[in-house]
Design a protein around this ligand. Structure first.
Ligand code: TRP
Length: 382
């Protein structure tokens, strides 16, 4: 098991009755499957790496069979920290790369709907409406936003960045998603989303499901430098698209236990990224246990531990390379998936925004004004 769905969602995923040990759970009917949705995605800032995989993509690949899947290319979220013309000019290529990475990782293009956030203006409308359902102090307590501001070298918090979780709530609720698999740095955003959904339903009537967070079983992956989380901008990432030679070069250069100057000195496994990757990607658990024991005893060198990691990553990445090659050969496929997915999502979002406008009374206000104006015009013209 790689995902842990909060209790409500696993019951939801399995049908209406919660599973017990004695009653086998029937698989969801096609109708149930169709009506339950997953939404998640990434900002189009570059290629996906192993950290993305363990944080969220692995769960997406599993959940796509149980949930109707929407994958957002969150370019409006990118703008909260990167908004130069140069950044924006890279979005289309980054979007294609992200979609290709997802397909390589096992997302089925027949099941998943990819879409470009900025091409659906109704999402921004929902964002505007949701801004009144959360307070500034609440958003100021979201820890990831301060980190993002700091990483982007912003001295003061941009207004848009403070609203990042509100826009994310608009993404999730605009298709009424039930589950959201995301990495740890996004957990607090889903908490805000749940609050906004409840607040909306309380004020205007039941429109939104309160979505469930799906957390990863694997702790946040360290970078190859062992200094912090894996991040492409820091240059400590192994990409899903890296060649075998690149993977080998990066693993050979990985940070290990700095106190271990010779192979016969007992080493430390905890906090050692080489062993963290073995735990995450090496399916041969006996081999991992044996390597750890020998490392602690000072009877295996870093060179061997790394060579075995290269081999494990090969087993893990090779099927992705094969799928990548297959999809890469289909010219225009990625653009078509994004465009068709965006059109399809936009239709869904328009329906939901229509419901929102009715529930809030905005549609009624406008209809009333329009009726009166028409009546006045008819009277005058009569
Ligand atoms: N915040 C996500 C990230 O860290 C991207 C994102 C935007 C997202 N909207 C979303 C993820 C909705 C899940 C659901 O890149």
């Amino acid at each position: 098991m790689t995902s842990r769905v909060t209790p409500d969602a696993s019951a939801a995923a399995a049908g209406s009755t919660p599973p017990t040990a004695s009653t086998p759970v029937p698989p969801p009917t096609p109708q149930e499957t169709a009506s339950r949705r997953m939404l998640t995605g990434d900002r189009p800032t570059g290629k996906l790496h192993l950290g993305h995989y363990v944080g969220s993509i692995q769960n997406r690949v599993h959940l796509q069979h149980e949930f109707e899947t929407f994958l957002i290319i969150a370019d409006l979220h990118m703008l909260t920290t990167r908004n130069t013309r140069a950044d924006i000019d890279q979005v289309s290529q980054n979007a294609r790369d992200m979609v290709l990475d997802s397909l390589a990782a096992g997302i089925d293009p027949e099941r998943a709907t990819f879409y470009l956030q900025s091409a659906i203006p109704e999402v921004s409308e929902l964002n505007t409406l949701f801004q009144n359902l959360v307070t500034v102090p609440r958003l100021e307590r979201v820890p990831s936003l301060k980190e993002m501001a700091r990483d982007a070298h912003k001295e003061e918090m941009p207004y848009g960045l403070l609203g990042y979780p509100v826009l994310q709530s608009a993404d999730i609720l605009c298709v009424k998603a039930h589950v959201v698999p995301v990495g740890k740095d996004n957990h607090a955003h889903i908490e805000v989303t749940r609050e906004i959904a409840r607040r909306f339903n309380h004020l205007y009537g039941e429109v939104f499901p309160v979505p469930e967070l799906v957390v990863s079983e694997v702790p946040t992956l360290l970078g190859t430098d062992g200094q912090g989380k894996m991040s492409k901008s820091i240059g400590n990432a192994i990409l899903l698209s890296d060649s075998e030679a690149e993977v080998q070069r990066k693993v050979r250069g990985m940070y290990t236990d700095p106190n271990r100057v010779r192979a016969d000195i007992p080493g430390t496994v905890e906090g050692n990224p080489v062993f963290q990757y073995h735990d995450a990607f090496n399916d041969d658990k006996d081999e991992v246990a044996e390597l750890k024991a020998r490392y602690r005893a000072g009877t295996v060198g870093d060179v061997e531990v790394k060579a075995r990691l290269v081999a494990a990553l090969h087993v893990f990445l090779e099927p992705m390379r094969e799928r990548r090659a297959k999809y890469e050969g289909q010219s225009g496929l990625l653009d078509e998936l994004i465009v068709d997915g965006t059109d399809r999502t936009r239709r869904e979002v328009r329906t939901v925004v229509g419901e929102v406008r009715s529930a809030m009374g905005l549609a009624g206000t406008w209809n009333q004004l329009r009726r009166k104006a028409e009546q006045a015009r008819r009277r005058r013209d009569a």
